[in-house]
Design a protein around this ligand. Structure first.
Ligand SMILES: Cc1cc2nc3c(=O)[nH]c(=O)nc-3n(C[C@H](O)[C@H](O)[C@H](O)COP(=O)(O)OP(=O)(O)OC[C@H]3O[C@@H](n4cnc5c(N)ncnc54)[C@H](O)[C@@H]3O)c2cc1C
Length: 330
């Protein structure tokens, strides 16, 4: 283990952060001894992938396991789907490109999402009308409570909008590999705004290229301006709350959600509450995209957290809607 591990280049916000100890995991066999070592020092162990969905504290008094398990294989079929098994440390976007290169479309709408394959199930990543759950078969995870390796099928993962079983038990399960099920009778998913004008007979590569281009035009590049993508979930509210907002703003975005509830646009609420472009120290709300909190250079975790609290309070006061933060404070 490396003592006092520098994590600044391991988080897309680029926040200055260090861990008491850290190491890279390249195979599952390293985990049990590492956990024993951490336990002997009474330190917690947490996994970090690409660090694209975390707000890191300046010091983590514990052990950080950087996920580096590699591997990509076509492992068989399930009904009319081809199964591919991917190591948790593989880069998500590289896998989207690789599957398309193998003649296996299905992930193109999820192109360009930063981070690792192992983290993808944690919040059931989603974009452009598709979620991981739509292409998910199963995963293997290490259970830190008894050092066993368990398989989870789709139902056991309890996927929902930016949610999974694993998100509710942070740190317990370490995802080792993910098996995806890619449809043999693939059809393009072009329902989402921005993709609607693509011809219905387009191939997956055309769709992937469009998604990559739209994302590059909308989202700040985290390599230049640190960020963690969408900072808040789109809130799902009771119909009365949505109606009250619609009475004042008839064209406010509203989408049907489960159980008669309504999904609102967090970006719209934040912009209307006056926070687009707002700054707090070196932290700010992107002037181009109200849902993206950015590090304008030298921001601290405290500045990001204080700005987020200001936004949550402002939106609650203006619209009576409670925003929920997406990246984990780690
Ligand atoms: C510019 C930008 C755009 C984004 N766009 C999207 C988007 O369109 N849709 C979307 O859903 N997300 C988006 N995100 C968020 C992020 O990319 C995803 O959540 C991604 O899956 C996080 O992967 P990661 O490897 O960086 O996870 P990390 O940030 O390293 O970790 C996130 C959480 O998962 C846990 N974790 C990581 N790996 C494992 C593992 N192997 N086993 C168990 N737990 C693990 C960590 O402990 C932490 O709690 C975006 C982020 C950025 C910066």
């Amino acid at each position: 283990m490396t003592p006092d591990l520098d994590l600044q280049r391991h988080n897309t916000f680029g926040l200055p952060a260090r861990a008491r100890f850290g190491t890279t995991i390249t195979h599952a066999g390293q985990l049990a001894p590492l956990l024993a070592e951490a336990a002997a020092m009474h330190l917690p162990l947490r996994v970090l992938g690409g660090g694209s969905n975390v707000v890191l504290r300046p010091h983590f008094e514990g052990v950080i396991a950087l996920m580096g398990i590699a591997g990509r294989d076509i492992v068989g079929t399930h009904g009319d789907h081809t199964l591919v098994q991917i190591g948790a440390g593989e880069n998500w976007h590289s896998i989207v490109e690789w599957t398309l290169g193998q003649g296996l479309p299905g992930l193109e709408n999820l192109a360009s999402i930063p981070g690792t394959v192992g983290a993808a199930p944690i919040q059931n990543i989603g974009a452009y009308g598709l979620e991981l759950v739509d292409r998910f078969h199963s995963l293997q995870a290490f259970d830190a409570t008894d050092n066993s390796i368990r398989s989870f099928d789709r139902d056991e993962c309890e996927f929902a909008y930016r949610q999974s079983f694993f998100k509710r038990a942070p740190g317990r399960f370490i995802v080792l590999s993910v098996t995806l099920a890619l449809p043999n009778d693939w059809r393009p998913n072009l329902a989402y705004p921005g993709l609607i004008d693509i011809p219905a007979d387009a191939d997956a590569k055309t769709i992937m290229d469009r998604v990559v281009a739209i994302r590059a035009s909308k989202l700040p590049d985290w390599r230049v301006t640190g960020n963690a993508g969408s900072f808040f979930h789109n809130p799902i509210v009771e119909p009365e709350v949505a109606q009250a907002i619609a009475a004042e703003f008839p064209s406010s975005p509203r989408y049907p959600a489960a159980d008669g509830r309504i999904k609102l646009s967090a970006a719209w609420l934040i912009e209307r509450a006056g926070f687009k472009g707002h700054t707090h120290g070196a932290a700010g709300v992107s002037p181009n995209h109200a849902l993206v909190v950015v590090n304008n250079g030298g921001a601290t975790q405290a500045e990001i957290t204080d700005l987020a609290a200001e936004i949550v309070a402002g939106v609650a006061a203006r619209f009576g809607v409670q925003l929920v933060q997406e990246p984990e404070l780690l």
